[in-house]
Design a protein around this ligand. Structure first.
Ligand code: 3SL
Length: 241
């Protein structure tokens, strides 16, 4: 039987064998939600990079520069990491270089997997429909915060376990933990995460509307996929079944 596991932080990724596994990168607040939004709104490609200097260099080479640290847009770049800024029609068909506090590191650390895709509540059902049909093992890779575990990413990983309905065998206790957490929280996700550290951080920055948006189910049908250095919208030839 196919196996599923959850890596709760990119600092733990060395414990997993990625080579024969599809990895779903999860950074609900906000990188994976913003990337999904960008793909749904016609951005051609996103180049995730770890450092501000790499992002700056790519901006000089014609990319739109998107940079966030600690929830804030970094000065000198075109945009930060709000999903709403990725809805701008002027971004259609552009290439964006993106660096964020945790999400882009998580993407980088997922390289070497059979396939790296991006998940969020915004593309939940489309993602499940794809994952259900996969012939291989699955790892849900949560971005957390600076190496620590966070609530919203773990909850979303639990939502995937819930949606997959035991089609995969659990490879550790983490899927069961996340599933139980999601079952408790599922009827009111916002209340469930209201006391969490990143919600507090974003609320302090006046970003409640970003939080509300990132908790919406099924706004989009796209599945972003990392191919080489760029994230694009998944197309038929990218599908592994
Ligand atoms: O950590 C990240 O990668 C970001 O998603 C954090 S923020 O929501 O943009 O503050």
């Amino acid at each position: 039987m196919k196996k599923i596991d959850i890596c709760l932080s990119p600092d733990l990724i060395h414990q997993y064998d990625l080579a024969s596994t599809v990895v779903v990168v999860i950074d609900i607040l906000r990188a994976s939600s913003s990337i999904t939004t960008a793909m749904a709104h016609g951005v051609k490609a996103i180049r995730p990079v770890e450092s501000l200097s790499e992002c700056r260099e790519l901006k000089l080479k014609g990319h739109i520069g998107a940079a966030e640290r600690g929830g804030k847009k970094v000065g000198g770049f075109d945009m930060g990491n709000s999903p709403f800024s990725f809805m701008n029609p002027e971004l259609e068909d552009t290439k964006i270089a993106l660096t964020t506090t945790n999400g882009t590191i998580t993407l980088k650390k997922s390289k070497g997997a059979l396939q790296v895709i991006i998940g969020s509540f915004l593309n939940y059902s489309a993602l499940l429909a794809y994952l259900e049909r996969l012939p291989c093992d699955l790892l849900l890779h949560c971005a957390g915060w600076k190496g620590t575990v966070n609530l919203e990413d773990t909850l979303f990983a639990g939502a995937i376990i819930y949606g997959l309905k035991q089609m995969f065998e659990y490879n550790s206790d983490v899927p069961l933990m996340a599933l139980n957490l999601y079952k408790i929280a599922k009827n009111d996700l916002k209340s469930a995460i209201q006391d969490s550290s990143h919600v507090a951080r974003l609320m302090n920055l006046g970003l409640e509307k970003d939080i509300d948006f990132c908790l919406k189910f099924d706004e989009y049908k796209v599945i972003p996929v990392l191919k080489g250095n760029y994230i694009t919208k998944m197309k038929l030839p990218d599908m592994l079944f």
